[in-house]
Ligand binder design. Structure first.
Ligand code: CA
Length: 163
């Protein structure tokens, strides 16, 4: 059973329905948002496993959604699903921190494959290079650093392993 939660941000109802129907078929749970503001509320309150994001939203540009999500989560995977095929637009999105870009019109099989690839990548990255935060304790797995209240705590390798 695959009960990962996907946030679908799309103002075009037929496209949104196509995506959610496909997700349901593949046993994913989903949330939907038809504009940027709802997308940000859903993303911050439900902590989805992945966001599928349209760029042309009625209240803001999708890139603003990417930037705001990145301001509170470095790791939440974002796949842009857009009809824009402008190279500079894609580069802007990638620089803002998206994980993948799917061109509309898309095949649902390709979209599902992109989701699987992104999830594989993000869970591996989380294990290998994630950051664990619990209250005042922060552990940076990449740098092997431990912070308490913002101050770095120096540990021996052995102490780090125990932690
Ligand atoms: Ca749109």
């Amino acid at each position: 059973m695959n009960k990962l939660l996907i946030l679908v941000v799309e103002d075009d109802a037929p496209v949104r329905n196509l995506i959610t129907t496909t997700l349901k078929l593949h046993d994913y749970r989903f949330l939907t948002a038809a504009n940027g503001e709802t997308a940000l509320i859903e993303a911050s309150s439900h902590n989805p496993d992945i966001i599928l994001l349209d760029l042309g939203l009625p209240d803001m540009d999708g890139i603003n959604v990417v930037e705001t999500v990145r301001s509170f989560s470095e790791n939440l995977p974002i796949i842009v699903v857009s009809a824009r095929d402008d190279e500079s637009e894609k580069i802007k999105c990638l620089d803002a921190g998206i994980n993948d870009y799917v061109q509309k019109p898309f095949s649902t099989a390709e979209l599902m494959a992109r989701i699987r690839a992104t999830l594989r990548h993000s869970s591996a990255a989380e294990q290998q290079s994630g950051t664990f935060i619990n209250g005042k304790l922060k552990i940076d797995y990449v740098a092997h650093s431990v912070y308490l209240d913002g101050e770095e705590v120096h540990l021996t390798n052995y102490e780090y392993k125990i932690l």
